[in-house]
Design a binder for this molecule. Structure first.
Ligand code: BTN
Length: 285
């Protein structure tokens, strides 16, 4: 009988023979990712790219089947929220987009975003062996490590009128980046900067995707999902600065809650409470 190592080797050889046309010379171990994620049936397609402008844009430009993962460690023109750029040093970090069809109502799409950030938090706690308290979630879907951003999410949607909605979850994880630009270094970090050691990007990709598929039912269990998300959110009950638009003014507010519809419930300076569906929170740590 073949042992696991041989099976993996055989699988790698086969994968390399039938190599996906996007995957040549990837610095990621495409064979290993295929073995761990495609072979067990989690992903239907894996696209490993040596270099790409944006994994989200690449996903939008193609018609990939549900459960396709597009991944690179060299994203050159990453897109962030509010039309910002997402910067990443070549070969250091993970940029990936998971394309999937979800049977959800329009008013439930936010659950995919909350679910994805919650799962990444759980996966990184396992990989880093650090305290769960070191990682926290910032509304609507940033992942912070000791108060600095270590990962960001950007969702693109298609087929919003049909029952099955195609949602691309794009996530960038700062893994082995050592330096950040002057303007963001006070608020951005990487796993390496925190732990003082390098992390294996393949291991993180495998952990995240495996965890993502293991508890998919949570997306439909809104109460439990939001309770878990709020349990890991660092700013409920705290004073924050809130900005509604990217170039808009920041104003102080008290975070009262995150409601089941995904909105942020704030108490404004005049004492009135209001719910927001988009915007940006800054937290002073
Ligand atoms: C943000 O916090 O502003 C969101 C950042 C999202 C970045 C990821 S990296 C992979 C995917 N492809 C992109 O172009 N953007 C997302």
């Amino acid at each position: 009988m073949m042992n696991q190592r041989e099976a993996r080797h055989r699988y790698r050889q086969n994968q390399n023979k039938n190599q996906n046309s996007f995957a040549a010379n990837s610095i990621m171990d495409t064979g290993l990712l295929n073995y761990e994620l495609v072979r067990p049936g989690l992903l239907s397609k894996l696209v490993c790219l040596d270099e790409i402008g944006s994994t989200n844009e690449f996903a939008s430009a193609h018609s990939f089947p549900s459960d396709t993962l597009i991944v690179t460690t060299n994203q050159t023109c990453g897109k962030g929220r509010f039309g910002r750029k997402w910067f990443s040093d070549p070969g250091k970090n993970i940029a990936m987009t998971l394309v999937r069809n979800y049977s959800l109502g329009i008013d439930e799409i936010h659950c995919v975003s909350f679910y994805s950030s919650l799962i990444l938090l759980k996966s990184l706690v396992k990989i880093c062996g650090s305290s769960a308290k070191d990682f926290s979630l910032k509304w609507p879907n940033d992942l912070l490590l000791k108060g600095k951003k270590v990962s960001g999410f950007l969702l693109d949607t298609k087929d919003l009128r049909s029952a099955e909605k195609k949602i691309s979850v794009g996530l960038g994880i700062n893994v082995n980046q050592e330096l950040f630009d002057e303007e963001i270094k006070h608020k951005a970090t990487s796993l390496l900067l925190d732990a003082g050691k390098e992390f294996d990007t393949d291991e993180i990709i495998i952990r995240f995707v495996t965890d993502f598929y293991a508890t998919l039912h949570l997306i439909n269990d809104h109460t439990s999902l939001m309770l878990q998300w709020k349990d890991n959110c660092g700013h409920i009950g705290k004073k924050i600065m809130f900005r509604l638009l990217a170039d808009g003014e920041e104003y102080p507010a008290l975070v009262k809650d995150i409601l089941p519809d995904g909105s942020l419930r704030l108490q404004l300076e005049d004492g009135n409470e209001k719910s927001f569906y988009s915007g940006e929170v800054s937290v002073a740590y």
